[in-house]
Design a protein around this ligand. Structure first.
Ligand code: TYD
Ligand code: MG
Length: 453
């Protein structure tokens, strides 16, 4: 009997070891190293025997390579196309990651159903009937979409040969297993092997492949980081499950920029593209309420107006509470310290709660000023006029610092009918005479006197 070949893999970073050890030397995690059976056969490809390769594989001089312009396929979804840099590139492998229940399967099934090309959607997670039910919610009429429930890659490739799809969707890479590797589905060596088989298939046949990947508690795509290196594009689908908004962003893109962003709304009948996010994220209440301020932020390269809500109240228990949703809690503590020191506000005896509405999370430092304004407004119980917005970062000395893309922020604010925007005095504004008052400020005190008199 042939000796079973095994190896040890870190389940966190994918590092391979010859022996077991308690701590992974590459990612420093404890107890993540697991023995996996690997039994490689001599040669194996996604398909054995004559290949249906469309490309001649031989070296070419750079200037001999013809780059065809139409090597992108539209997904029929503007946000998805935009994030990919203008559509799905033929022969590319895209990895879509996201928390469970966020809508990865829904997004890709929706795309599969609206594509005019022959699409094969392989699911290792749901039955054909379940997918049919979902498809009926989204879009019941599609003639080009095939659904296959299968987890063995060799069987998937067999089906691919008979169907010859123009695009392949795999839900999810963690449920697949290849016969060439003995270890169980979802283990590092299986994920790596299955991905490699699909990459080979994609490159040889020029068929785009979209893989769904689960992510772990700490937000990485489960399984090895190596997976992210192997594929051409890594997309992340994020949002708060309790809210309807979802953000799609590219973490890596070999065929485009990673600055683009797609915004969706999860409805009862699938995901809807959101073309005017700013208008939706701001609640246009008739009366102004204290504790809210609007920030002009930029996500990727997209300007976005968001509403920040703060609640400052007297601490009932000894230690005051600080709680944030969608904003970095450490950053809030820093801003509170700055306020205490520079503006004389005794927030040490107050509870502070901060919330970014819409369930999105923002790490643009340009929202600092709006955070401070919201806190002060709640503390003073004086509402900020609804047509005022903010775009500036706060430094440790209480100075108001310039931000990137200030012109773009001002234009977005103007477009949405704001009458005043607070920005740093040091920002160079190149747009001429915007139809909005640009209040240039350099210290927190200036803002306080302007807002609260
Ligand atoms: P799903 O795509 O299954 O998430 P993932 O594949 O990322 O785990 O999304 C599931 C959630 O989306 C589920 O809670 C129900 C909801 N949903 C809608 O709100 N509207 C819809 O049209 C569909 C299909 C799902
Ligand atoms: Mg799913």
């Amino acid at each position: 009997m042939a000796k079973v070949k095994t190896s040890y893999f870190c389940q966190n970073c994918g590092a391979q070891y010859a022996k077991w050890q308690g701590q992974c030397t590459s990612c420093r995690e404890w107890n993540t190293i697991v023995e996996e059976v690997i039994q490689k056969e001599e040669k194996h490809t996604w398909k054995q025997g004559p290949t249906r390769s469309k490309r001649a594989v031989k070296p070419l001089k750079v200037n001999e390579i013809v780059r065809s312009e139409e090597n992108r396929m539209s997904s029929g979804d503007n946000e998805f196309n935009r994030v990919l840099g203008g559509g799905i590139v033929q022969g590319s492998v895209i990895l879509l990651g996201g928390e469970p229940g966020i809508g990865k399967s829904t997004l890709l099934l929706q795309i599969a159903l609206q594509l005019p090309h022959k699409t094969l959607y392989v699911s290792g997670e749901e039955s054909q009937a379940q997918i049919k039910m979902r498809a009926e919610r989204i879009n019941p009429s599609s003639e080009n979409c095939y659904i296959l429930t299968e987890t063995k890659t060799q069987n998937i490739f067999k089906q691919i040969e008979s169907i010859t799809p123009d695009i392949l969707i795999i839900d999810s890479i963690q449920t697949l297993h290849s016969d060439y590797i003995e270890s169980s589905a979802g283990s590092i060596s299986q994920i790596r092997e299955c991905t490699a088989e699909f990459i080979k298939f994609a490159k040889e046949t020029d068929t785009p492949v979209i893989l769904i990947g689960h992510i772990t508690k700490d937000g990485n795509i489960a399984g090895p980081k190596i997976l992210e290196h192997m594929v051409d594009t890594v997309l992340q689908f994020e949002g708060d499950r309790n809210y309807v908004y979802r953000i799609l962003r590219a973490l890596k893109n070999r065929f485009g920029s990673t600055a683009e962003l797609g915004i969706y709304e999860m409805l009862g009948n699938g995901l809807r593209e959101v073309t005017n996010p700013s208008e939706i994220l701001i609640s246009r209440n008739e009366e102004s309420l204290s504790g809210t301020a609007i920030a002009a932020t930029v996500e990727g390269i997209r300007p976005l107006m968001i509403e920040i809500q703060a609640l400052v109240s007297t601490a009932v228990y000894g230690t005051p509470q600080r709680s944030t949703t969608g904003y970095n809690a450490k950053r809030l503590n820093m801003l509170l310290a700055v306020l205490e020191k520079r503006a004389g506000f005794r927030l040490g005896t107050k509870d502070v709660f901060l919330n970014i509405t819409g369930g999105i999370s923002v790490d643009d430092p340009a929202i600092d000023l709006a955070v401070i304004a919201a806190i002060l407004s709640s503390n003073e119980d004086i509402a900020i006029e609804k047509d005022i917005c903010f775009a500036a970062e706060i430094g440790l000395a209480g100075e108001i610092r310039p931000v990137q893309r200030v012109d773009q922020r001002i234009l977005e604010a103007e477009k949405l009918g704001f009458s005043t925007i607070f920005v740093s005095k040091q920002n160079k504004i190149t747009i001429k005479k915007p139809g909005i008052r640009v209040a240039l400020v350099s210290k927190i005190e200036d803002v306080i006197s302007d807002l609260f008199g």
